[in-house]
Design a protein around this ligand. Structure first.
Ligand code: ADP
Ligand code: MG
Length: 350
């Protein structure tokens, strides 16, 4: 069942030359974490602000639970939506203690019920012993935990996280990601979690929504997006991929890098754009492999990056990137053969 439903949402700020969010439709299931990803300026924050009710769209409808909260003639204010948002910069009240910050949205509860809820939330974010401290007595990571506890305390039906940990250092950021993901799943809170870091998003998301210039490019499970990007833009977001253009022949797809095979329904004469990730290319002894020369080797720790130039190629010669295991020895100008595993060659455009 979907908890959050956006239908054809468009938001064009005055003076802007293109919409911040463009005809965006999105459905989020109960308890699901959707990672919202896109470059800076792609509309991520605007999307969250529209859901929260801090912005009003030019057109489109938003439903939360079974309540219509935004439409042409409906506007429910933020405090009536059952939505909580955590911002990039921690926005705690400096003059309130940790416990008072967490209890801020609980005025509807009795004092006793509020106190219990505050305790539970502090327990959840492992700050039980910090209840009486003030924000300036906490580290950056602890402050973001308080912000999260405060957002979760009123038991929102939708939680919105706008790069909540981007100001923390790398190690802490990863720890927080895994911990917060677990907390959200345990509570079953439906969440939109914005980040601009792809690897981060891959790990935290049940599904990922990719934005570009305010338009939704793809929404799918992380592994599916990684292996089946909807277009060249999405493919390139995850680091390098080999993009090949080819034409379907009776015996395979003829590309600049040689004859390759891919799964899918297409017919002779079709022009295709293919993507294959460097780690999926295989080095083979089989004479049917495509002959190429190593033109550059870069050691990258977990893998070696080989730039290969096809022996039998178009002009200018086609180069592709392959990631090989780090222990293996190669030399520049060495001749090798490569294989494009059929199930790893993904057709992104036909
Ligand atoms: P992101 O969070 O992905 O970086 P934003 O939603 O902040 O993107 O911004 C999307 C686009 O809308 C950008 O082009 C930005 O300059 C513009 N924008 C954001 N907020 C405003 C505003 N209040 N007024 C005018 N333009 C804005
Ligand atoms: Mg933003």
């Amino acid at each position: 069942m979907s908890v959050l439903n956006l239908e054809g949402i468009t938001k064009h700020y005055e003076e802007a030359d293109h919409p911040a969010v463009a005809d965006l439709s999105l459905e989020v299931e109960t308890g699901e974490i959707v990672g919202v990803v896109g470059e800076s300026g792609s509309g991520k924050t605007t999307l969250l602000r529209l859901v929260a009710g801090f912005e009003i769209p030019d057109s489109g409808r938003i439903t939360i639970g079974d309540e219509l909260v935004t439409s042409e003639n409906t506007y429910l204010p933020p405090d009536k939506r059952g939505v909580s948002m955590v911002f990039q910069e921690h926005a705690l009240f400096p003059h309130l203690t940790v416990a008072e910050n967490v209890g801020f949205g609980l005025h509807k509860l009795s004092r006793k019920a509020a106190a219990t809820q505050i305790d539970e939330m502090l327990d959840l974010v492992k700050l039980q012993t910090y209840a009486k401290r003030y924000p300036h007595e906490l580290s950056g990571g602890q402050r973001q935990r308080v912000a999260l506890a405060r957002a979760l305390a009123p038991q929102p039906s939708v939680l919105l996280l706008d790069e909540p940990f981007s100001s923390l250092d790398e190690r802490l950021k990863l720890d927080m990601r895994d911990e917060v993901r677990e907390i959200i799943h345990r509570l079953g809170t439906t969440t939109l979690w914005v980040t601009h870091e792809m690897e981060y998003a891959l790990a935290l998301s049940d599904r990922m929504a990719i934005l570009r210039d305010g338009a939704l490019q793809q929404i799918e499970k992380p592994d599916f997006i990684y292996t089946h990007p909807a277009n060249e833009y999405v493919a390139n977001l995850f680091g390098h991929t080999n993009i090949l253009h080819g034409t379907v022949k009776s015996h395979g797809i003829k590309t600049c890098a040689g004859l390759v095979h891919a799964e899918g329904n297409f017919k002779e004469g079709d022009d295709l754009t293919l993507s294959i990730r460097p780690e999926f290319l295989e080095i083979t002894e089989d004479q049917r492999g495509i002959a190429c020369n190593i033109v550059r080797i870069s050691y990258c720790g977990r893998y070696q990056e080989l730039i290969l130039q096809m022996e039998d190629s178009c002009s200018p010669p086609c180069q592709i990137t392959l990631h090989a295991e780090p222990g293996r020895r190669f030399s520049e100008f060495q001749k090798i053969r490569v294989r494009f595993p059929e199930d790893k060659v993904h057709v992104i455009k036909r």
